[in-house]
Design a protein around this ligand. Structure first.
Ligand code: IPT
Length: 960
């Protein structure tokens, strides 16, 4: 054992990938070679610098009895030692590659293990020790002998250790440094989480064991045949019993097969048998090619309906268990997602097995991002510095070699946001040289010098359409390539808006081959006081706040309204009303499968109540085909009222990812129009003692303020234009577009003053004239409330007229008021979930019920949420409210101002008033937290407006 010297820790800042490891190879679970998981509780000691401790802990006999313990896989910062740091693209240390700070949290991990009694004789074969992921740099000793050090956090590293193993008391010592030269290559937008966060495994390598092998399984769509060839470092035989295949490695065979696709993930079970080992194979026959300027699989262009997936668990960080990985894939499949980009590193290999098995197209992305160099104009970017190229090639080969046998992977990606440079070209050349059967992606290569597709992030609808029309220019090579959005629809907070408008483009232009929502899940960390923590909550001196919570799932994996919307927008079957009266148009939007897995049904609802239902016969439709299907005659016994047909496509039988009857797609067709509510103004305002009554309404005589409807007290009813700005309203700091959240606040729309101009008790109406405007500004809204009654109900008509020069849209336009008690909410209109102007596809017209608490959407950073749109009528707190026209309903136990001020959900404490917003309109949502804002049709322009509500009391218990 030697003592610390500066050279002892030189490897930490060495740009080379490491030393001592075996060449990378395919990751597989052997049928018969023994393995020993070294996951579990390890002894742990944290030092604040890389060189604080010597390596004596690695020696046999070292007593670590007084050390702490951590779970492996895991991150020590999530287990009570130090804290996580969140930055988007800024390096949380001075940029001086390859140097890292002296303060370099270093975790010594120690594990003593015995070999199982039935472990083969140590003289037979060898053994290897595999680390599937360690962030960011590790040095490893076994039984006092150093076996190597490595970087490349989300990549496997394997060491030959047979010569060091003993039957008992093996001492495995792993020193992990949070920061290393490798950190410069791992500047992904996520938490910095050091630790041994994936499995550690000891693998027996019998004499004659398989080493590396490459399964080549292509599909000829014209002949309907598959060709199989398995190249193997160690000769052996390959069998696929179901296909009668029994060939030598290196030999190829062509037989009739069913192809693999994400839609029909047909896998064949095979086996590779070498002298010393049997290896199970799961073979999917498919051919990926670029032809006619399109990405084609098995001869057909594919449309990606994708998500970007980081590995995340709110307690375990990136140390995911198999169940969580499976849950991700099941949730994707159940929400019609067909593709995943493994942003921005290769995932745990078990995730890829699930993609093969359940069917998802995968872009496997290398563990590479150097985004922080953008701050210095990309100077000194490691990807353009030959000294770093070996590290880049090491990363590329570790990804490709590990993952090459997965049929689900159709595209390799060099990494994310790493600028441009020779190192990337070297990676691209190496990858295509090693594997010509897949395509190559890298978004930063704007001219597509090294890549097979033009890829962008967050491009606007207009730009995407220009690209679809081939009007975007670009290099000659790029003009001939297909287009994908590797990131779009930033799912931060409420949103993303505009999904349907993108999807229409993708479905209209062949060149547009789909897109990947940013991103799958919010990376909130479970926190005792804050609910979920985000950037800054651990006292980081540099951080990017809640930009880390921008997923379609909440941290606990509950689907957000954004995912529900996405599911609707990307339905594999179109069901729409374009075919005309009494008809429905059914379109098979899949790329490969027919409709045989689905069963179609209709239901006929009046006023949201089901009247009759039945099955719908839909002809067999090949991918891309449509049929206009006649609906039955409306039920003779149907009562009068607004009526809808709802047509559903459900799974006809259980599948591995969802049970029979799971709804895959649906559509609604209106069958009878709504009658708008009327209340003839027959009652007259009656002055009383400081009050005016009008039908069931009681008003303050001086202010004209409504105080009760029947026996239901009402407070603070007035015009409301403010919403608790969403992340998409606020926009991102670098956005130079108009950011309305800021403009609204600057204008003072969150502090509108209500000037009372007149209270006029007329013949058959009570009219209250006001002007609503912010201090310091000339703009305002002249607002007239006109109350009338037919004796039973009370009608309010609000008339607003903008005054002054309005240069911004309004956040919302409607009224709000307080109710002293309300819990249960029933409504007829859009539901069941939240919806806004440009996030409304998943909202179905129906009769819904919920509670005030359940109507809140738990965005990690509180913001405007929970609106139900197209509401015809609603009942809550003893009131029935009918809209003319339909309205948007929001109800909560805190004010919009309190919601706006909250930074975490735990800041929101229910008061004794339920605040209700009835909106005539709200501004759209967009996705400007990192992309374009709402499209113009979804802007809520400051324009003259008139809208009415009819209030009455209902018996409905107010607080049950
Ligand atoms: C883009 C990144 O690729 C992704 O990792 C994430 O940070 C996302 O933005 C925002 O959440 S890069 C950005 C400059 C568009």
């Amino acid at each position: 054992m030697s003592f610390r010297t500066t050279t002892e820790t030189a490897y930490v800042e060495d740009v080379s990938p490491g030393s001592g490891a075996l060449p990378p190879r395919a990751w597989y679970a052997s049928s018969d070679a023994r393995t020993l998981s070294l996951n579990g509780s390890w002894r742990f000691r944290l030092a604040q610098t890389a060189d604080a401790e010597d390596d004596s802990f690695a020696a046999e006999g070292y007593d670590a009895g007084d050390w702490a313990e951590v779970s492996v896989p895991g991150h020590w910062v999530l287990q009570g030692h130090g804290s996580p740091i969140y930055t988007n693209h800024l390096y949380p240390f001075p940029v001086d590659p390859p140097h890292v700070p002296t303060e370099n949290p270093t975790g010594d991990h120690l594990r003593v293990f015995d070999l199982p009694a039935d472990w083969p004789d140590l003289a037979e074969g060898d053994a290897s020790l595999r680390f599937d992921g360690v962030e960011s740099c590790a040095r490893v000793w076994l039984n006092g002998t150093e076996i190597g050090e490595f970087k490349g956090s989300r990549l496997p590293h394997e060491f030959a250790v047979g010569h060091l193993l003993k039957t008992a008391d093996n001492v495995l010592a792993v020193r992990v440094h949070q920061w290393s030269a490798g950190s410069y290559l791992e500047d992904q937008d996520q938490w910095w989480l050091p630790g041994v966060f994936r499995d550690v495994t000891l693998l027996h390598r019998p004499a004659g064991a398989a080493a590396d092998f490459f399964v080549h399984a292509s599909y000829d769509h014209l002949a309907g045949t598959g060709t199989l060839k398995v190249d193997s470092d160690v000769d052996g035989r390959v069998t696929v019993a179901e296909l009668g295949i029994d060939i030598a490695t290196g030999e190829s065979v062509t037989v009739p097969v069913e192809p693999w696709s994400a839609e029909v993930p047909r896998l064949y079970t095979g086996e590779l048998v070498t002298e010393g080992e049997r290896v199970p194979l799961r073979i999917g026959f498919r051919t990926v090619e670029l032809s006619d300027g399109l990405i084609k699989v098995n001869g057909r262009p594919v449309l990606f309906k994708g998500v970007n997936r980081h590995e995340w668990h709110p307690e375990k960080g990136r140390a995911l268990d198999l169940e969580t990985m499976r849950e991700d894939v099941l949730l994707m499949k159940r929400h019609n997602v067909n593709a995943v980009r493994t942003s921005h590193y290769p995932p745990h290999p078990a995730f890829l097995d699930l993609c093969d098995e359940l069917g998802l197209w995968v872009i496997d992305e290398c563990d590479l991002e150097t985004h922080g160099f953008t701050e210095q104009g990309w100077r000194d970017n490691p990807v353009d510095d030959d000294r770093w190229t070996p590290a880049l090639l090491d990363r590329a080969s570790r990804m490709v070699e590990r993952d090459k046998n997965h049929p689900s992977i159709v595209i390799w990606s060099l990494g994310n946001e790493a600028g441009t440079g020779r190192g990337l070209t070297a990676m691209a050349e190496w990858i295509t040289g090693r594997d010509s059967s897949r395509l190559l992606h890298y978004e930063g290569d704007i001219d597509c010098r090294d890549t097979d597709m033009y890829s962008r992030m967050y491009a606007s609808h207009a730009e995407v359409e220009r690209i679809g029309q081939d009007l975007d220019g670009g290099t000659h090579k790029r003009r001939g390539l297909p287009f994908i959005l590797c990131e779009y629809a930033h799912a931060m907070g409420n949103g993303p808006g505009g999904l349907a408008d993108y999807q229409r483009l993708f479905e209209s232009y062949d060149r547009l081959q789909g897109a990947f929502v940013w991103e799958w899940i919010d990376h909130g960390i479970t926190h005792p006081e804050l609910g979920y923590a985000y950037g800054g909550d651990f006292g980081e001196e540099l951080h990017d706040g809640n930009f880390v919570c921008d997923g379609l799932l909440f941290p606990d994996r509950r689907p957000s309204p954004g995912l529900v919307e996405y599911k609707k927008v990307i339905e594999p079957v179109g069901i729409d009303a374009t075919a005309g009266d009494g008809m429905v148009r059914i379109t098979n939007k899949q790329d490969f499968a027919g409709l045989s897995a689905l069963a179609f049904s209709w239901s006929y609802d009046v006023e949201g109540e089901p009247v009759e239902s039945g099955t719908l016969a839909v002809p067999a439709l090949a991918p891309g085909e449509s049929a206009d299907v006649k609906l039955p005659a409306p039920p003779a016994a149907a009562p009068a009222g607004e009526a809808h047909w709802t047509v559903r496509a459900v799974l006809a039988a259980d599948t591995p990812w969802a049970p029979k009857d799971h709804v895959v797609a649906w559509g609604q067709v209106q069958a009878a129009q709504r009658q708008v509510p009327s209340a003839a103004p027959t009652a007259r305002p009656v002055p009383g003692d400081g009050v005016i009554t009008l039908g069931p309404g009681t008003f303050d005589a001086r202010t004209g303020a409504l105080t009760a409807i029947g026996d239901v007290p009402v407070t603070g009813l007035r015009l409301d234009v403010w919403r608790a700005t969403t992340d998409n309203d606020d926009g991102a700091a670098w956005q130079d577009d108009t950011r309305y959240g800021l403009l609204w606040r600057t204008l003072g729309l969150h502090r509108m003053r209500h000037r009372l101009d007149a209270v006029e008790a007329g013949e058959n109406a009570l009219t209250v004239r006001t002007r609503v405007a912010p201090a310091a500004r000339e703009v305002g809204l002249s607002t007239v409330y006109r109350w009338t009654s037919d004796g039973d109900s009370l009608r309010l008509t609000v008339c607003t007229t903008p005054e002054g020069e309005w240069t911004v849209p309004l956040p919302r336009l409607g009224i709000r008021f307080g109710l002293s008690a309300a819990d249960r909410v029933r409504w007829f209109g859009g539901g069941p979930g939240e919806a806004y102007a440009d996030t409304r596809m998943a909202s179905a017209v129906g009769r819904w019920q919920s509670t005030v608490d359940d109507m809140q959407t738990p965005y990690v950073r509180p913001q405007e949420n929970g609106a139900r749109i197209d509401v015809r009528w609603a009942e809550l707190g003893g009131l029935r409210i009918e809209g003319d026209p339909v309205f948007s309903l929001t109800a909560r136990r805190w004010t919009t101002e309190q919601l706006d001020a909250a930074t975490h959900r735990t800041d929101l404490t229910p008061g004794d008033t339920v605040w209700v917003n009835l909106d005539h309109g709200q501004h759209g949502i967009g996705s400007q937290s990192c992309g374009p804002g709402p499209l113009p049709p979804y802007h809520l322009r400051a324009e003259p407006a008139e809208f009415s509500f009819v209030f009455s009391t209902v018996q409905d218990p107010r607080s049950s």
